[in-house]
Write a protein that binds this ligand. Sequence first.
Ligand SMILES: Cc1cc2nc3c(=O)[nH]c(=O)nc-3n(C[C@H](O)[C@H](O)[C@H](O)COP(=O)(O)OP(=O)(O)OC[C@H]3O[C@@H](n4cnc5c(N)ncnc54)[C@H](O)[C@@H]3O)c2cc1C
Ligand code: FES
Length: 266
Amino acid sequence: MTNNPVKPTACKLLDIMPQTQTEWTFRVKNNLPIKHGQFMQLSLPKVGEAPISISGFGNGYVDFTIRKVGKVTDGLFSLRKGDNIFIRGCYGNGWPIEQFKNKTVVIIAGGTGVSPVKSLINMLCDDSDYAKEIYLILGFKNSHSILFADELKKWQTASHFHVIYTLDDEDYPGFQKGLVTDFIKKIPFTAFADEYECIIVGPPIMMKFVGMDLLMNKIPEKKIWMSFERKMSCGIGKCGHCRIDETYVCLDGPVFNYTVGKKLID
Ligand SMILES: Cc1cc2nc3c(=O)[nH]c(=O)nc-3n(C[C@H](O)[C@H](O)[C@H](O)COP(=O)(O)OP(=O)(O)OC[C@H]3O[C@@H](n4cnc5c(N)ncnc54)[C@H](O)[C@@H]3O)c2cc1C
Ligand code: FES
C-alpha cells in the first residue's frame, strides 16, 4: 500500500459480515498502522468516495462497518469477496488513549456510533490492566438494528466491564427498554473520584442530549470526548468541506474534546 495520502490503493475484500439488513462489516486487506478511532476514504472507480470509520483491525486486515445509504455505499454492497475496494488513509486523530490509562472509562454510544469506538472497547476488554473499569451504555433502535452481537456478549462477560445495552422501544432479552440517556444515572460517577474519562458517539441529537446530561451530572467538559461525522471530501485538511470556523473535522478530529466539540454539534 502506498504512503501517498491522497492516492487510493486497491485492497482485496477478504470477507463480508452482515450485521443487520443495511449494515455490513467489510474486512479489507491492510497492513498500515492504525489508531483507534481513525477513518479511511473508501472509493469505487466511476462511483465516488466516502469516509468510513475503522471498526476493527488486526494482523493484515481492517474492518469497516458500513450503512447502505447512497451512491458509494450501494456500490460497496454489490461487491463480493475477492473484489477490490480502493482506500486511502488512515486519517484523523483517533481516541486519546493515553488519557484513558489507569482511569475508569465511561462509553456511551448509539447505533452506528458504536463503530468508531469498537476497536477501542475491544482493546480495553482484552487488556484488562490498561484502564480501571469500563462502563458501557450502548443503544440501538430495535432488535433488528443491533450491531456487533458477538462483541456485545464478550464485553458483557468481562469482569472489569459494566454494561447496559438498550433498545429505544422494544423489550428484548439482554437489553433494557429506553434511550441511553435514561441510564446515565446508573453510572456511579462520584465513586470514580477524579480518575475517569467519558466518550460519547452517535447521531448528533444523541450526542447533544448525552452531553447535556453529563454536564448536569457535574462531569467537567474536559473529561468528555466525542467523535463526529461531517461531510468530507479530501480528508486531509485541503478542501475545506468539513471546516467549521477554524476547525477542520478531518484533520483536527474526528475525535474532539467536548470543550471544542460542543461548538460542532448541529
Ligand atoms: C469521519 C467519518 C466517519 C464515518 N464513518 C462511517 C461508518 O463507519 N459507517 C458508515 O456507514 N458511514 C460512515 N460515515 C458516513 C458516510 O461517509 C456517509 O454516509 C456517506 O455520505 C456515504 O456515501 P454514499 O455515497 O453511499 O451516500 P450519499 O449518496 O452521499 O448519501 C448519504 C446520505 O445523504 C443523503 N443525500 C445524498 N445526496 C443528498 C442530497 N443531494 N441532498 C440531501 N441528502 C442527500 C442520502 O439520502 C443519504 O442519507 C462517516 C462519515 C465521516 C465523516
Ligand atoms: S475534508 Fe477536505 S478539509 Fe476536511
